[in-house]
Design a protein around this ligand. Structure first.
Ligand SMILES: [Zn+2]
Length: 171
C-alpha cells in the first residue's frame, strides 16, 4: 500500500484511515484545490465516502476548504487542499496524547499493589479488592498472592522514553 518514501501528509492520512484515506491524500496532493467530485472521480471512491474522509481530515486540521462558486453549475462548492505544514504538529500532538496515557497508566501501576492467583485466565486485583475477597481469587477462588508489577512498570517507562526520544526527531 504505502511506499518507503512518501510524503508525510500521505503517511499520516494512511495511518488515520488506511487505503481509502491514502487515495484521497494522494489525490489532494496531485491536484490542489480539487472538489469532492473531482477527488471522487480521480480516486474511484464513492462521493459520500470521499466527503466523509474530507470532513474527517478537515476536523483534524490536516486540510483546508475554500467555498467557491462553481461557474458552470451556479452553486457553491468546496475546494480542498492539504495543510502539509500542520502534519508535524498533528503527529506531535498524537504522540503527546499517547505519552499522557502511558504516564497515567504508569502512575496507576506505581500507586497500587496487585494480587494474583497465578491462573492465567484470571485478572489481577488491587490490594483493596484482594482484602475484600479475603485474598481468594474472585474468579477461581484460589489464594491471591502479591504480584510484582516491576516488569509492567519497566515496559511502560521504556515505551514513554522511546516516544519522547522520537518526538525530538522529525517525522
Ligand atoms: Zn484466579
Amino acid at each position: 500500500m504505502a511506499t518507503v518514501y512518501e510524503d508525510p501528509f500521505i503517511k499520516i492520512a494512511t495511518m488515520i484511515g488506511g487505503d481509502e484515506y491514502h487515495k484521497v491524500a494522494r489525490s489532494l496532493l496531485k491536484s490542489i484545490d480539487a472538489t469532492d467530485e473531482e477527488i471522487a472521480s480521480s480516486t474511484g471512491l464513492r462521493i459520500n465516502l470521499v466527503r466523509k474522509i474530507l470532513y474527517d481530515l478537515f476536523g483534524k486540521s490536516l486540510i483546508s476548504g475554500v467555498r467557491v462558486k462553481d461557474e458552470k453549475k451556479g452553486w457553491f462548492v468546496y475546494r480542498w487542499r492539504s495543510r502539509r505544514e500542520e502534519v508535524e504538529g498533528f503527529i506531535e500532538n498524537q504522540k503527546k496524547k499517547i505519552v499522557d496515557r502511558l504516564e497515567r497508566r504508569l502512575s496507576y501501576e506505581e500507586g497500587s499493589e496487585f494480587y494474583h492467583c497465578g491462573n492465567e485466565d484470571c485478572r489481577r486485583v488491587t490490594f483493596e479488592d484482594a482484602l475484600e475477597a479475603m485474598f481468594k481469587c474472585p474468579s477461581c477462588s484460589q489464594i491471591l498472592e502479591a504480584q510484582d508489577n516491576g516488569p509492567v512498570k519497566g515496559a511502560l517507562s521504556s515505551k514513554i522514553e522511546a516516544i519522547k526520544g522520537d518526538m525530538q526527531q522529525t517525522f
